[in-house]
Every structure is written in C-alpha cells, then in structure tokens.
Write a protein that binds this ligand. Structure first.
Ligand code: NDP
Length: 478
C-alpha cells in the first residue's frame, strides 16, 4: 500500500518512496511512504500559513471540541493503532496499545487546556494606565519527531500546538511514519479544518531542513538525537526571522540502588527501565549505579530475570521484548556490545536471537564491572544494553550519577527518606524518580531534561504553553 503526504486535506504523492519494513518480520512491508522534496514541504508550509488567520481566531470551544473528538476516536481505536505501531516500530502489542492510549489521553488533556487559557490584568506603575498580559498563537509550527514513540510524541506536540491556535507541519521519522499518518487522518475525521495540520513524509535532511529554513515557520519543536538537535538549533537562530526552538534529545539515565533498597522493587525498576521497549527510550536506565552491599544480590537477581524475558515478534502475545527497530540500530547495539567487552566489562546476555520470522531480535545485554569512563557508560546506545557500576556509598553514587553530558531522567531505589529527598534535590537531571523506573512519566506534568538532553522550554502538561504561545503585554490609558 502507498501512503502520501497530507497537505491542505489532499494526498500529495512524491516520485520517490521509502519502504517501511516490520522489524519483527523483514518480509512484511508495512507500506511505501512518499519521500517529499523541498517543493512539497514548501507547499505544506504555505497551506499552514494560509490556514493560520482563521484557525487562530477560532473559539476555545471549537478547538476543545475537535481535540476532544480526536481523543475519543484514538481511544476507540487503541487496538488498531497499537497494532500498527507495534508492526512498524517493534514495541510489544501491550506497549503499542499503551502508547496509543497515551496519545488519546494527551488530546483529552489539551482539549481542556483550550478552555483554561487565562491572562493577567495589572495596574500600571503610571497613573490611569492599565496593563494586560495575554498569550497568542505563534503561527506555523514545524514538528520533527523520532521513530521510537511514533504516535505519542507527535500527539504531545500536535495537541498543544493546535490548542494554542497554531497551525502545523509535521515531519515524522522516516522509518516509522505510519502511526503519524493514521493520527493525522483521525484529526481530519474529528473535524479539523483543512490546512491546519499538514503531514510531510520524507527525509530529515530534506523535509526537516526545509522546515528549519523557511521564513514562514515561526517555531520548531524537535525530539531526536543530540547531533540533529544541535544542527536544528543552529538553523533556527541562523534563519531570518529567527525561530523559537525546543529540543528534546538523548539520555544516559542513572538508576541508583542503595544497600537499603527493596531488592525486588529495585530489580523490577531496573528491568523495566533498562530493557522494556527494547531499551529504545530516551529515559531508559542505561547506568545502574549500585552500592557494594547489595551489588551481588542485585546483579544475580537481575540477570536471572533478564534471561527469562521472552524476546520475539512484537505482535506475539507472549513477547516481552520486541525487536530492535532496524538494521542500522541493530548494528549500533552489537557494536556497543563488542566495545563494552573490549573495554573490560563483563557481559551477561546480549546474544542475537533466532525466531520463526527474520527480524532484529536481541537478548538484553547487561555489563557488570563497568566504570563510568567507559563508552558504554557515557554514550547513548538506544538499545537493550545497560551497565552496572559498583560504588561505595550514597555520596559516590551521586557523583557518578551526575557525571554525564546528559540530564534527562534519573532514579534511586532506597527505603531511606533522607537519601530519597537528597537524591531529588541533588540529581542533575530534569526528572527524578524514587523507587520507580527512570522511564514512564505522566502526561499532565512537564517532561524534559537538562544539559545535553534538552534545550528550550518544557513539553507536556500546562508548561507546554510556554513554547506554543507568545506573551503580549498591552498598556491602555483610559
Ligand atoms: P534523529 O535525530 O536521527 O531523528 C529525529 C528526527 O529528526 C527524524 O524525523 C529525522 O528524520 C529528523 N532529522 C534528521 N536529520 C535532520 C536535519 N538535518 N534537519 C531536520 N530534521 C532532521 O533521532 P532518531 O529518530 O534516531 O531518534 C532517536 C533519538 O531520539 C535518541 O537520541 C533519543 O534519545 C531521542 N529521543 C528523545 C526523547 C526525549 O523526549 N528527550 C524521546 C524519544 C527519543 P529522518 O526521518 O530522516 O530520520
């Protein structure tokens, strides 16, 4: 089946197409997706610019109703959407359906936000003058999203963009565009006027760059790797007029396990955080920092649990760990597994798994006897690979946890209130979890990191408005 870009409500084909392959079964082609060029991208931007005056002038009620209808439709179709997602990305069906549900919840939340837009009225410092502070839409917003959450991330960017009256051009990742395509169709079905949300399928180096460079795009919200993010930020500040930019990027998230932790809880938090969703989460717990008293018991229990995980076809109900997303990521993961061994860490798991279908199946890999200077502890791998770093005490755990170029999420397993509170205060990450995996967040609160992980204002929850709206201060002498 062939899939086109969707511009101004019309399907727009491109001469070139890319194949979207099911990573659980390489003989299964999900579809042939258009590979748009610059001219098609510009057409989408013009459509969004044309739709902006009327969309930004709609009532909060109308925007609420459309977003709420979209939420209802997504939630009614969780099974279909989850299946499509798992087929193209390789998450297990339960994870795929969970992500589709999240997309529906996000739309419901931002439907409510349409009705909560407030403002401020203040007396001026000058006699007879009044001051109001209001928020306005920005204009055309370009959204560039990665493959690993192919419906949730587009949802948590599209919903606030529309709620605040912006029009959108979305460019999803080329290797998993089907979920975004289905989502855009749902919004049309929910009654979104033509041109308000446009989808351009294609390569980041073509479509993404065209969005960053176009003068009619007011802002770019990006989620993806650090290198691409840096390039986009440079492009946004080099462009005239300069664009507002928001970047969510990688992580090398620490999970600290102290001697006083509940062992079962700590092992489950590590197992989930490090390996679920095949470790392909920016919030994955890739560094397990464990104090010496609990270290051996923790490693023994975790390796036992890891080895029992069922790795296989994402749509098989028994599967707990789906395949790696594609050949390129598979080779990256295998490369780091070889590198960790070369660096002197001890490997548990990490074997290539043969299944009934040909796919990118990899048993989770755990490195013990690692130290924080190794590449496996410093660089984001983005696969089911984690390392254990043994430390003496809480103080040295904090030092190792914060010794990273990233700062997205962090966690601690402890029964001590004193250490839990100290961890929340001293963590250098944007998110800190106590007795929970580093991955797995709520949708009604801000999401984001520090240092190399994030740039610009936060995504999600009420904080999303800081990016998707512009503040206006008005003075009146009455
Ligand atoms: P990439 O940076 O490779 O790609 C992300 C998006 O950017 C894709 O749509 C890609 O297009 C596009 N892109 C690529 N080059 C350019 C360019 N020159 N200009 C504009 N856009 C471009 O990341 P991945 O898709 O590989 O995703 C994995 C990364 O995402 C990891 O680092 C992960 O940590 C991060 N991530 C961060 C999250 C967070 O919230 N902090 C959440 C989820 C993932 P194309 O289709 O051509 O690849």
């Amino acid at each position: 089946m062939e899939f086109d870009s969707i511009i101004n409500g019309d399907f727009v084909a491109s001469a070139e197409r890319s194949q979207n392959i099911n990573p659980s079964d390489l003989s299964d082609v999900v579809g042939l997706f258009a590979r748009a060029d610059r001219a098609v991208t510009n057409q989408a931007i013009e459509a969004a610019a044309e739709a902006f005056p009327s969309w930004s002038a709609t009532t909060p009620q109308l925007r609420h109703d459309i977003l709420k209808r979209a939420s209802d439709l997504i939630l009614q179709r969780v099974d279909t959407l989850g299946r499509a997602l798992s087929r193209e990305e390789g998450k297990t069906l339960a994870e795929g359906m969970g992500e589709a549900t999240r997309a529906g919840q996000v739309f419901a939340f931002f439907a409510g936000e349409c009705l909560r837009a407030g403002g401020e009225q203040l007396p001026s410092t000058r006699p007879g003058v009044g001051v109001t502070i209001t928020r306005e839409a920005l204009g055309v917003v370009g959204l560039i999203t990665p493959w690993n959450f192919p419906i949730a991330i587009p949802a948590w960017k599209i919903a606030p963009a529309l709620a605040w009256g912006n029009t959108v051009v979305l460019k999803p990742a080329e290797i998993a565009p089907h979920s975004a395509w289905l989502l855009v169709q749902i919004l049309a079905e929910a009654g979104l006027p033509k041109g308000v949300l446009n989808l351009v399928l294609g390569k980041g180096s073509v479509v993404g760059e065209a969005l960053v460079e176009h003068p009619k795009v007011a802002a770019i919200s990006f989620t993806g790797s650090v290198n691409t993010g840096r390039r986009i930020a440079q492009g946004c500040t080099a462009a005239l007029p300069m664009k507002k930019v928001q970047l969510e990027m990688g992580g090398k998230n620490p999970l600290v396990v102290l001697d006083d932790a509940d062992l079962d809880l700590a092992v489950e938090a590590a197992l989930n955080g490090a390996f679920y969703s095949t470790g392909q989460r920016c919030t994955a717990s890739s560094r397990l920092i464990v104090t010496k008293g609990i270290h051996d018991a923790f490693v023994a229990r975790l390796s036992e649990r890891m080895q029992a995980l069922v790795v296989g076809h994402a749509l098989d109900a028994k599967t707990q760990i789906g395949p790696v997303v594609d050949q390129n990521q598979f080779e990256i993961d295998l490369g780091y597994i070889a590198r960790g061994t070369d660096e002197g860490a001890r490997l548990i798991g990490g074997e290539v798994v043969k299944a009934e279908t040909e796919g990118y199946f990899l048993r989770p890999a755990l490195f013990t006897e690692a130290d924080n200077a190794m590449a496996i502890a410093r660089e984001e791998i983005f696969g089911p690979v984690a390392c254990v770093i043994a430390v003496d005490d809480f103080e040295s755990a904090m030092e190792v946890a914060n010794d990273t170029d990233f700062g997205l999420s962090s966690g601690i397993c402890t029964t001590s209130l004193k250490y839990a509170e100290a961890f929340k205060r001293r963590s250098g990450a944007g998110m800190a979890m106590v007795n929970l995996p580093t991955a797995g967040v709520d949708y009604h609160v801000p999401f984001g990191g520090r240092k190399g992980s994030s740039y610009g204002s936060r995504e999600q929850g009420t904080y999303a408005r800081d990016f998707y709206s512009a503040v206006k201060t008005a003075y009146t002498l009455a």
